[in-house]
Design a protein around this ligand. Structure first.
Ligand SMILES: [Ca+2]
Ligand SMILES: [Ca+2]
Length: 120
């Protein structure tokens, strides 16, 4: 079922090169461990890119001025309340909310589809 997920979703936007990167031992099969690891990496990378985009002055933290979302959301992400969001705080918030290319909900949907596919 993990294989199906990878085929249906990340692949058409990450490409075959990524398959090779994920397939660490090069046996042409993605183990669920390899996939889980790569999905976490993809999420981290997406978060990092997103973070960099928000951090317009590039000082490594997101200030209230740079953050364009609602203030309550900023406060929620700024876990230590010092008025600046670090990449760590940002990442933790993302994990808490299930943000990223594959959300919890999509996971379930894909799983369902995958089971349907392997009816043989
Ligand atoms: Ca900044
Ligand atoms: Ca902070």
């Amino acid at each position: 079922m993990f294989l199906n997920q990878i085929h249906k979703k990340p692949f058409h936007f990450y490409g075959v090169a990524v398959f090779k990167k994920i397939d660490e031992n090069g046996d042409g099969v993605l183990s669920s461990k390899e996939i889980a690891k790569s999905q976490e990496q993809v999420r981290e990378e997406a978060r990092k890119r997103f973070f960099d985009r928000i951090d317009t002055d590039g000082n490594g933290t997101i200030s209230k001025e740079e953050f364009r979302g609602p203030a309550e959301r900023f406060d929620r992400i700024d876990a230590d309340g010092n008025g600046a969001i670090t990449p760590e705080e940002f990442g933790n918030a993302g994990r808490r909310e299930g943000a990223g290319p594959v959300s919890e909900k999509e996971h379930k949907k894909e799983k369902k589809g995958a089971e349907h596919d392997k009816a043989e």
